[in-house]
Ligand binder design. Structure first.
Ligand code: TRP
Length: 457
């Protein structure tokens, strides 16, 4: 591979912020609170943290090893490490799953942009009639398409500028902004009258709520939130410098990702309890249906304050979504550039164009194409749900199992040691390395297989 001229990240901070940008996304601000709400609060959070530590971190480190060792796009990485073996298929699976995810992720990111624009225009009252508003907006044949195309183009503009000038620079700008907005929103939310009920919901674990289902949801959420198994982290790691410390980087990324998820919970639940006084059983409508009502009611006397709160919240959501979309756009782009020798400009165009085309179908499946169903197993899903299902519920766990088996069983352990310790210059205790290999060989594949089978039942 063309290791010499290949781009890389400029600094360790850039590496951490870009990877954290990939991890922190709709999964943290939208999906995590929804899952917490649906699975009973504090006990779920504890199990979630265990899943991140025991399964998420080892898998993230594995992707880092594969990427940094080969300095190649995901598909070529497996060809370099295990030429002419079926493992190579995992590389392609990563590239295509990323592409699939981009198509439907852009639709939700587009909704976020719409809500940002509306709250910026002072239309909180409009979005607060939220159930009807949300339904009529998402089912409109044209407007959501425009917003979806707009966010995919924003992502395009970042990717086309390359690794340092695009991905790294935008992460260094957007991630600090995101963190500042979070802290401001957190303070507002925690000081609302009646927020104690929300805080208690998040802090007082009720262990009777733990069922196999809750554990499986926590695992699935941990993988999605950490961006595991789709070649995103592996592609980013191919731009890591040789002095980057893989375990430390993975630790920082997982810590930032988990903190942002928990902070989102602390922003959303106290506000929701403060206004509605009841536990949210959430559902995906939480941020687009429940929250606009909360924004309006919480600041009933001073609507413009509600507007500012809403504006900041949707800006937060959009920033989080954009940095993740960038990381999902990069694996197919890098693949096209390196495999077909085309320019970054052209590769980015191709990925963007295809994502928009398929994204249009996903978006229309909330409106004019709502009755069009695709069958898989015994399910009949809308186009959006179909893409979500095959990527998040099928390819993601399959990819996770293959990656853990690959690094656990197939990859030369000397490579693993060299990458973990940076060729011995930063020793890692032997018991950690052994524990790590054990998790990859047994714990991770079995645990993921369980989620997989359980979800498909
Ligand atoms: N982790 C991101 C989020 O929390 C989404 C994401 C980006 C992702 N890249 C991924 C999920 C790769 C699975 C695999 O929203």
């Amino acid at each position: 591979m063309k290791t010499e001229q290949r781009a890389n990240f400029g600094s360790k901070l850039g590496i951490i912020l870009a990877s954290a940008g990939s991890a922190v996304g709709l999964g943290n601000v939208w999906r995590f609170p929804t899952e917490v709400g649906a699975n009973g609060g504090a006990a779920f959070i504890l199990i979630y943290i265990l899943c991140v530590l025991l399964l998420g971190l080892p898998l993230m480190v594995s992707e880092f090893i594969i990427g940094r060792r080969t300095h190649a796009n995901t598909a070529d990485a497996y060809r370099i490490l295990a030429p002419r073996t079926p493992w190579v298929l995992q590389g392609y699976l990563g590239v295509f799953t990323a592409w699939f995810i981009l198509c439907y992720y852009g639709v939700v990111a587009g909704w976020t942009l719409k809500y940002l624009v509306e709250s910026g225009l002072g239309e909180v009252t409009k979005i607060a009639h939220s159930t009807e508003y949300f339904a009529s907006f998402t089912s409109h044949p044209l407007i959501p398409l425009g917003y979806m195309v707009a966010v995919v183009l924003m992502c395009h503009l970042v990717i086309v500028r390359g690794v340092q000038g695009g991905i790294e620079r935008s992460s260094k700008l957007m991630m600090p902004m995101l963190l500042v907005i979070m802290v401001v929103l957190l303070v507002c939310s925690l000081t609302m009258p009646g927020s104690e009920a929300g805080i208690a919901f998040l802090l007082r674990p009720d262990f009777s709520k733990i069922t196999p289902n809750v554990i499986l949801s926590a695992m699935g959420q941990a993988f999605f939130s950490l961006s595991i198994a789709m070649g995103c982290l592996c592609t980013y790691a191919s731009y890591f410098t040789d002095d980057a410390r893989l375990v430390k980087t993975a630790g920082s990324v997982a810590l930032i990702d988990t903190l942002v998820a928990i902070m989102s919970g602390f922003i959303i639940f106290p506000a929701v309890f403060s206004v509605t006084g009841v536990a949210p059983d959430a559902g995906p409508g939480l941020v687009f249906i429940t929250l606009p009502k909360v924004f309006q009611a919480a600041f009933a006397g001073v609507p413009w304050l509600g507007g500012i709160f809403a504006f900041m919240f949707y800006l937060l959501l959009l920033l989080a979504a954009l940095t993740s979309m960038v990381s999902i756009h990069e694996p197919p782009t890098a693949f096209l550039i390196e495999r077909f020798g085309i320019t970054r400009h052209r590769a980015t165009m191709i990925v963007t164009a295809v994502s928009i085309l398929v994204g249009v179908l996903c978006s229309l499946s909330f409106g004019p194409l709502a009755d069009y169903r695709l069958s898989i197993f015994d399910l009949r899903l809308s186009i959006f749900d179909f893409f979500d299902f095959i990527s998040a519920k099928i390819f993601l766990p399959v990819g996770g199992i293959i990656i853990s088996l690959f690094v656990g069983w197939r990859l030369d352990k000397q490579i693993v040691r060299d990458e973990l310790t940076n060729y011995g210059s930063h020793p890692v205790p032997e018991y950690l390395i052994r524990g790590y290999i054990f998790v990859l060989r047994w714990l991770a594949p079995i645990a993921i297989a369980l989620i997989f089978v359980y979800e498909l039942r």
